[in-house]
Design a protein around this ligand. Structure first.
Ligand code: ASP
Ligand code: MG
Length: 465
């Protein structure tokens, strides 16, 4: 029998009674295979957003919105509880008191007229603190001995509210002390994702979407053999199925491939959140709560990765190309450094860079929303050079999209870039710029935003065609 499994369920997987029934079924199926099963949960879908919306309204002076949201959230949780564990009065009381806490905190925020990151974490944490007891009650009702555990007791973090980092040593010690006894008693612990506590006990969160990170943290702290991340799609897909319905699940993906996909905007696991699991050699699966019999995608370390062809293609919209151009730039050192320095001062991250070898221009891609800020900063930086006509122009393009093609085997497969460009050429797509990722497992093309969909379809054809 396998030893320890950590299964993490995202917001839609705990989104209502029907979804939580799926979790019960998954836990029941896992129990004969695994000596220990731990579950990590997100807040019910939409709850974190709603809580933070209430807090924002309170900052703006409106408290009624928080009260209305509290009533809606009460209804949402009670509806699920009524179906799953109607007699769990303790859980009902707990949810009610958590939402009272939300209203009290919102009141304090309205009086103060501001919400510190610390206060926002106290509010955001309530979603997971409500969902975990709910899921544990559903498991107990179905005859699976279970107990919810508040991660504040286990995950010790620094005090960077809204983006806290765990102290893995202390967290591991706490997990062994508090969770192992539950395993030994034959219980399935249901742990709150997303949250922890700093050393004075104040609640922290790991950042939005942080419950995947929690899954990884508990996987490492409990020395799990496998971590399963459950979501509402089957693993990582070859492309967004809304763009091409022929998209299919990728059976195996290397860590650096998923990193590249995440960097270019695909809604997949954040590499930072799963790195601890990969580094420890724990097997990681991305699975679908609603189609639990499909294996999903296995994430492996870069060394283990099978070399293949193209694995996935994604479109990252809302980008602009900034071009700094001038014949006077030739041979002058430091232009690139000053360019990127000015961009960094605007706290804008550069998504892609290419410099023409003639050194007459530097072009790079930034989010459209920051393009004007960046232009201004560059005009300021290069005032003198612009006056002297060493630099002729600094300009931004219309909105573009970055199309990224990922596959760890690309570096050893000659002609792949040619195949990709032939595909886009045949589809009559104008490729504005092209760059190969430094990890050599991705190629990115910049195209007009209006061509993004067509480009993805043309390249995806190379995968599924
Ligand atoms: N509930 C948190 C959020 O919405 C964490 C998560 O779902 O991963 O950001
Ligand atoms: Mg999530």
């Amino acid at each position: 029998m396998n030893k320890t499994l950590v299964a993490k369920f995202g917001g839609t997987s705990v989104g209502n009674a029907a979804a939580i029934r799926q979790i019960v079924a998954i836990a029941r199926a896992a129990q004969p295979q695994w000596r220990n099963v731990a579950i990590v949960v997100s807040a019910m879908s939409g709850v974190t957003d709603a809580l933070l919306k209430g807090a924002a309204a309170a900052v703006a002076g409106d408290e009624n919105i928080a009260e209305k949201i509290a009533a809606e959230l009460l209804k949402k949780h009670f509806e699920a509880l009524d179906e799953l564990a109607p007699n769990a009065q303790d859980v009902r009381d707990f949810i009610e008191s958590a939402l009272n806490e939300f209203v009290t905190l919102s009141h304090a925020i309205r009086v103060l007229g501001e919400a510190s990151p610390r206060a926002l974490d106290a509010i955001a944490s309530l979603g997971e603190r409500m969902s975990a007891p709910l899921v544990a009650a559903a498991l107990r009702q179905a005859g699976i001995d279970s107990e919810s555990v508040d991660a504040r007791e286990i995950v010790l973090t620094d005090s960077v509210f809204q983006s806290a980092a765990p102290d893995m040593e202390a967290t591991t010690r706490n997990a062994q002390r508090l969770i192992w006894p539950l395993f030994q008693a034959g219980k399935v612990p249901v742990l709150t994702g997303f949250i922890g506590a700093e050393r004075h006990g104040a609640v922290t969160t790991l950042g939005r979407g942080g419950s995947d990170f929690s899954g990884a943290i508990f996987g490492v702290a409990l020395d799990a053999d496998e971590v399963w991340i459950y979501t509402d799609v089957t693993g990582v897909m070859t492309t967004d199925p809304r763009i091409d319905p022929r998209a299919r699940t990728i059976p195996e993906l290397a860590f650096r491939e998923i990193s590249e996909l995440a960097f270019y905007g695909a809604k997949v696991l954040h590499p930072k959140s799963i790195r601890p699991v990969i580094e420890k050699g724990i097997t990681l699966w991305v699975k679908n709560t609603f189609v639990p019999n499909e294996p999903g995608t296995r994430i492996v370390s870069d060394g283990e990765a099978q070399l293949g062809d193209i694995r996935a293609v994604t479109a990252f919209k809302g980008q602009s190309i900034i071009t700094v151009e001038g014949r006077g730039m030739i041979g002058i050192p430091g232009i690139a450094a000053r360019t990127f320095g000015a961009v960094a001062r605007e706290k804008t991250s550069i998504v892609m860079i290419s410099q023409a070898s003639s050194e007459q221009s530097i072009c790079f891609v930034v989010p459209n929303s920051n393009a004007d800020l960046v232009l201004k900063a560059l005009e300021e930086e290069f005032k003198l050079e612009l006056n002297r006509r060493d630099i002729d122009s600094i300009r931004k393009s219309t909105e573009t999209a970055i199309i990224t093609i990922v596959g760890a085997g690309m570096r050893s497969t000659p002609g792949l870039a040619g195949k990709i460009l032939t595909a886009t050429g045949n589809a009559k797509i104008n490729v504005i710029a092209i760059a190969q990722g430094s990890s050599e497992c991705s190629i990115s093309l910049v195209v007009e935003a209006a061509d993004a969909q067509k480009a993805v379809l043309a390249i995806h054809e190379l995968i599924v065609g």
